[in-house]
Design a protein around this ligand. Structure first.
Ligand code: FE
Ligand code: CA
Length: 518
């Protein structure tokens, strides 16, 4: 039997571990396979830095990513140029087994409002290169921002073609509204909304995740996609989570199966840890006691405040037993919460005290309380897992938007594009903001320009101006006078290489919470 020099070294490293010799193992002795299989990422940029992320996983679908149970030193570099001629910062971080051998580096001390390039090295191995921009300084005069809004990336339901296009948009940043993974077990043969069987695309590995290792494997599988890796490497992200990072339509300590809360919270804690391990977020988001601090703000000079919300963790149970339902008693319950009091007070204070030209509310579930009737049902129907099921919290939210004339809500979850005006009093009152609901990267499959029944929804909801059922993302270009949102779509995610196009452009003029479409 031939033993390669690498295997010999690996064996030597292994026996060192057994003997309890140096806990910190030198990487060049370790990797039989490339360790940066999950790519790189950056995020949560500030004016002087950002978070850099990678995770060592030479065998991404194996337990612990194929890593030895020891901390591994990883070197990182930040350069002022794509060729790494001028190094602006560098250092060493530990990839710890406690955190799935993920690496989170919080880089500080950089220049504001400029791009940087970064990479990781571990022994003889080097990661791909990523690019990320620092924010303009607080209060700095800023004329323009260009960013992408996306999420909902069911791996089995479509290729990540839209991610490949998003990577080429030259965006200052990406806002991800969640559903980065889906927790379902492998069920690749599915049907479209018309009941027709869909083409096989690709399958989840494994059962529905419950343990930390299960969730780690699910993230690892998703992150091996090279279009997703390209979208991370292209720019910095602000990542949030929605329901499928844990389980469909969970809120607070409740899942949708009636699991005892104390049991569900253990699963949620595992899912939160895996989310932290795989996202380029700051150490303030390391889960503590089973909870996670995810709501936060990013400020683009004097142009734009980005308020990133958590609409799952502090929410009260969906009324009417969840789903798309006619009115029930809980619809306007006095004690209903979506954000919870502390987050709601934080957001209201941000809006009152903020001086930015625009406020972007970066969140997950639709705020417009749309009547979802498509087939002549007698009573209005709402999506109880959206703000439409929470009348009082929604009206409070809209009151906090009133008078600003500069609030734009950015939403996901629906797997369709929508654009509309947010009007008080259940849609009957004044418009106080606009809402853009971005479609999905892949969830739902190919789709159509308009889903069956959507003409009725458009007719019954005067606040709603646009619907579209293609996969893709939202590209926002914001200047001091107007906000343009381009619905960027691909015609197929079941065949590779679909081109991207702008299905529609919506424009908001500063000071006027209304939409025009072109
Ligand atoms: Fe989704
Ligand atoms: Ca969702």
């Amino acid at each position: 039997m031939q033993i390669t020099r690498r295997e010999l070294l690996l064996g030597a490293a292994g026996s060192m571990l057994v003997l309890g010799a140096p806990a910190l193992v030198r990487a060049q002795q370790l990797f039989r396979a490339y360790p940066f299989t999950l790519g790189v990422a950056a995020g949560d940029a500030s004016a002087d830095g950002f978070v850099l992320w990678t995770r060592l996983a030479p065998e991404p679908l194996e337990p612990h990513g194929g890593m030895p149970m020891a901390p591994i030193a990883v070197q990182w570099e930040v350069a002022a140029d794509a060729g790494f001629k001028t190094i602006a910062a560098k250092g060493e971080a530990l990839a710890r087994p406690e955190l799935g051998h993920s690496v989170h580096v919080e880089v500080a001390g950089l220049q504001p409002d400029r791009p940087y390039w970064y990479r990781f090295t571990c022994g003889r191995e080097r990661s791909m290169r990523g690019r990320v921009k620092t924010l303009p300084g607080t209060g700095a005069s800023v004329d323009k921002a260009r960013f992408v809004v996306l999420g909902c990336q069911h791996y089995e339901q479509g290729l990540y073609t839209a991610y490949g296009h998003a990577a080429r948009e030259d965006a200052d940043f990406v806002f991800h509204y969640g559903d980065y993974i889906y927790e379902g077990r492998s069920a690749p043969v599915a049907f479209d909304y018309g009941g027709n069987p869909k083409k096989f695309i690709r399958a989840h590995v494994g059962e529905e995740p419950f343990s930390l290792d299960d969730y780690r494997r699910r993230y690892a599988q998703y992150k091996t996609d090279t279009d997703l890796q390209a979208a991370h490497a292209a720019t910095g992200w602000y990542a949030t989570f929605d329901d499928h990072e844990v389980q469909n339509n969970w809120v607070g300590d409740l899942d949708q199966n009636g699991t005892p809360p104390e049991a569900f919270l253990l699963r949620r804690a595992a899912a939160f840890q895996a989310w932290y391990e795989h996202m380029p977020v700051r150490s303030t988001s390391i889960p503590k006691g089973g909870a996670i601090q995810a709501y936060r703000r990013a400020r683009m000079g004097d142009l734009l405040d980005l308020h990133l919300l958590d609409t799952r963790q502090f929410r009260t149970d969906q009324p009417c037993d969840d789903g798309f339902k006619p009115r029930c008693a809980g619809w306007d319950a006095a004690d209903a919460q979506v954000l919870g009091s502390p987050q709601e007070a934080w957001l209201t204070r941000n809006l009152v005290e903020g001086r930015a030209r625009w406020n972007a509310i970066a969140q997950q579930v639709m705020v417009m309380p749309l009547d979802r009737r498509t087939a002549g049902e007698p009573e209005p129907i709402r999506n109880m897992d959206s703000w439409g099921g929470y009348d009082r919290p929604r009206e409070r939210l809209l009151r906090s938007f009133a008078g600003h004339g500069n609030v734009v809500v950015l939403t996901g979850d629906e797997h369709q594009n929508y654009a509309g005006e947010l009007r008080t009093r259940g849609g009957q009152g004044d418009a106080v903001a606009v809402e853009f609901v971005s479609t999905s990267i892949s969830s739902g499959g190919d789709g159509a320009d308009l889903r069956a029944g959507s003409d009725k929804i458009l007719a019954e909801n005067p606040c709603l101006k646009y619907m579209n059922d293609r996969r893709g993302y939202l590209l926002c270009e914001v200047d001091r006078e107007q906000w343009q949102a381009r619905f960027r779509t691909v015609d197929t995610v079941s065949e590779a290489d679909a081109p991207v196009k702008t299905a529609r452009t919506a424009t908001v003029v500063h000071g006027r919470p209304e939409l025009s479409l072109s």
